[in-house]
Design a protein around this ligand. Structure first.
Ligand code: PRP
Length: 211
């Protein structure tokens, strides 16, 4: 069997998915040690893991540097990489929403100013409603934008709603639900099909059990 290269998103979500993989027999205990290494291999189990920035997982998988990976559906809808989406892992669940300061009222006389890390998702959403908007692309801490008058609303991820609440904002429209997906490189899916299928079915069994 050939080794399958798997890109995991650094952070809590990556660790949760690694636990799922480990319980399915694809463990690599060194991966949880507190060190700065980014590549871990268990040749016997046929897996090699990389920790990468969550928004970069689909880049590694699309270009074949990783055969498989775990990416949020927010990233997949924003960047639309050419990859196979194999499975909804049922973890990392949150939603993409439009939020604004409490009591916000829209003035239709000018385009709505929307601050977001997800310009493509936001543009598609408002285009679908036939609304003219002005997108302001930010890279984080988006909640600040309407507070400082940079934008009218934000399009961002809401998980617990704590960040919105603590900044005096509220979500008033949900654009889409979000969860982590198992993805695969299209060429790898052909030439490492047996190995990829093994991991895919193991995770399918586990997500089926936890649902
Ligand atoms: C995400 C998102 C919100 C927050 C939502 O930010 O952009 O800020 O999490 O979570 P909550 O509803 O549970 O409060 P992230 O941690 O990715 O940081 P960033 O905005 O700096 O990218």
């Amino acid at each position: 069997m050939e080794c399958v290269n798997i890109a995991l998103p650094k952070g809590r979500l990556g660790k949760t998915v690694y636990d799922m993989l480990a319980s399915a027999g694809f463990e690599c205990p060194e991966l949880l040690e507190e060190n700065r290494r980014l590549v871990f291999e268990n040749a016997e189990a046929g897996v090699r893991y990389f920790w990468v920035k969550p928004s970069d997982v689909s880049v590694y998988v699309e270009r074949g540097a990783a055969d498989m990976g775990v990416a949020g559906s927010d990233i997949l809808r924003e960047y639309t990489p050419e990859v196979y989406e194999l499975l909804d892992l049922g973890v990392g669940v949150c939603r993409m929403a439009v939020a604004a300061p409490r009591g916000f009222e829209y003035h239709p006389s000018r385009p709505l100013r929307v601050a977001t890390k997800f310009p493509n998702i936001a543009s598609r959403y408002y285009a679908g409603q036939g609304r003219d908007i002005d997108i302001i692309k930010l890279n984080g801490s988006v909640e600040i934008a309407p507070l400082l008058g940079l934008s009218d609303v934000i399009v961002d991820i809401v998980e617990t709603g704590k960040t919105l609440r603590e900044n005096g904002l509220e979500a008033f429209e949900t654009i889409m639900p979000i969860s982590a997906r198992l993805i695969a490189n299209k060429a790898s899916f052909q030439f490492k099909n047996a190995e990829i299928s093994l991991i895919h079915s193991a995770l399918k069994r586990i997500t089926g059990e936890t649902k």
